[in-house]
Design a protein around this ligand. Structure first.
Ligand SMILES: Nc1nc2c(ncn2[C@@H]2O[C@H](COP(=O)(O)OP(=O)(O)O)[C@@H](O)[C@H]2O)c(=O)[nH]1
Ligand SMILES: [Mg+2]
Length: 456
């Protein structure tokens, strides 16, 4: 998949018009190619912004100017990709940018695959795999917290931790190998007690990293929260209040929200997909039945549910049915319509559920609901210190490393031969190397980079 010999081109800025648009060219011919696009007076001094004109020397009958751009040449190896790179900052019209790319293609460039610039950066050792993935996460971040976590990884926080683990693992392996190579000297390069101790320390660090995994994943991937309740309790009103717009239809007629309405909200840094449902009552029409079945599916993947009850009306069988159906899920009970007079007390709800009284109409108490939801999802303090591990690939590999270290520890404790301990330690090391990309298969790379956008 990696063809380092050709020169690639792509628009690096998002689709659609903007004040500026950037065309990026990378590869051995980047400079020559850029020169072919620009007016002849343009001198591309490394890392200097140069005002130049894009000239069509090829398609037009006589050379004609297309746009005025700022061209910047980044010579290899100190560029994003590690290759010669030229960035052309043009006016952000999609047709204009496509035309510039088209001219570059006519000069022999190839259109970049998704993520190919970053793939090249990885291949040329400018980034390790964890950092390359962080680039993708940073571009895809929808909450500031996601962006912070991704940037942390891009800065090499995780890379540094893994490197320090790897150094210690390597040292342990080297000493054990020495003992294995000179068995007759009657001299051990490392005592069993030391082996156990070193492995235990490594395990402790790996486990520490893994301890933040659940909240890390939640931050990176976001989660789903479903609003449930019988018709007319105020689900859509609450949904709208949380979303901060009028995306869902609010009506006093029962059963109008037939389909699921979803919206992503930023819940203190967590990207939460909020789902408004038609309820899970017994449906009469077929359209409504479809809505109910979709609601059930949404509940199936939800991280938590919000059960809305109307405190101005006595609870009915439909309320109890919803309560029963969600009994085993992480949930918050919302006693809505707090602005009206109460007709029952929350004491009638048994169990240790979290209960929030609010008015979706006025918004009074909704902030308590937000806090409660966040608390259910990640715990109060977890978000203060950003977890360092969030990617399922990283989690799996660290778990593999932990299992191997675990087994090395038992082998050492049982005074098994060095070769057994070594085999386990090697497995742990392989997992770490797969994490940083020192060892990776093409499949893994492809899987990672195809999720990127073109131009990144
Ligand atoms: N007084 C009052 N009325 C509310 C409140 N929340 C919703 N409503 C009203 O209750 C009716 C049903 O609301 P809706 O959000 O469509 O309920 P849904 O069927 O559960 O989605 C509408 O007339 C809302 O204006 C509230 O907190 N207080
Ligand atoms: Mg509704």
């Amino acid at each position: 998949m990696f063809r380092p010999d050709d020169t690639i081109v792509a628009v690096a800025t998002p689709q659609g018009k903007g004040s500026l648009g950037i065309v990026r060219i990378s590869g051995p011919e980047a400079l020559a190619l850029a020169k072919g696009l620009l007016d002849h007076s343009a001198q591309l001094k490394p890392r200097y912004a140069t005002l130049a004109k894009i000239i069509d020397h090829i398609q037009a009958q006589e050379p004609s100017g297309i746009d005025q751009v700022i061209a910047t040449f980044f010579p290899r190896p100190r560029s994003y990709t590690g290759e010669d790179v030229v960035e052309l900052s043009a006016h952000g019209s999609p047709v204009l940018l496509e035309r510039i790319v088209g001219l570059a293609l006519l000069q022999g460039a190839r259109l970049a695959e998704p993520g190919e610039f970053t793939l090249r950066a990885f291949m040329n050792g400018r980034l390790d795999l964890v950092q390359a993935e962080a680039v993708g996460d940073l571009v895809n971040a929808v909450t500031p917290l996601q962006a912070r976590m991704a940037f942390d990884q891009l800065e090499g926080t995780m890379t540094g931790l893994i490197a320090s683990l790897d150094v210690r693992l390597f040292d342990l392996i080297a000493r054990l190998e020495a003992s294995l190579d000179f068995p007759d000297e009657g001299y051990h390069f490392i005592k069993t007690r030391e082996v156990v101790q070193s492995v235990e320390e490594l395990l402790k660090q790996v486990r520490e990293l893994l301890s933040g995994a659940a909240s890390g994943r939640l931050i990176r991937e976001g989660c789903q929260i479903v609003i449930l309740g019988k018709p007319n309790v105020g689900k859509s009103t609450l949904f709208n209040y949380l979303v901060g717009s009028d995306r869902a239809i609010v009506t006093s007629e029962a059963g109008t929200t037939r389909d699921l309405i979803t919206e992503v909200i930023d819940l203190d840094g967590l990207a939460v997909t909020l789902v408004d449902t038609a309820g899970i009552r017994t449906a009469e029409g077929s359209v409504e039945a479809e809505g109910v079945s979709r609601a059930r599916q949404a509940i199936g993947v939800a991280a938590a549910v919000v059960v809305v009850l109307d405190q101005s009306r006595v609870l009915g069988p439909e309320d109890w049915a919803v309560l029963e159906e969600t009994a085993k899920m992480p949930r918050v009970m919302v006693l809505n319509k707090a602005d009206c007079s109460r007709s029952w007390s929350s004491d009638s709800l048994v169990g240790g559920d979290r209960v929030v009284s609010l008015s979706a109409l006025t918004g009074d108490g909704v902030c308590v609901l937000r806090e409660t939801l966040r608390e259910i999802l990640v715990g109060i303090d977890l978000l203060r210190d950003t977890p360092r591990i969030a990617n399922i690939r990283h989690i799996n590999l660290l778990e593999r490393a932990a299992t191997a270290l675990e087994s090395a520890k038992s082998a050492a404790n049982e005074a098994a031969g060095e070769e057994f301990i070594l085999a386990d330690l090697d497995r742990a090391r392989t997992a770490l190397e797969e994490l940083t990309g020192k060892r990776t298969s093409d499949d893994v790379l492809q899987h990672i980079f195809e999720r990127f956008c073109i131009g990144k």
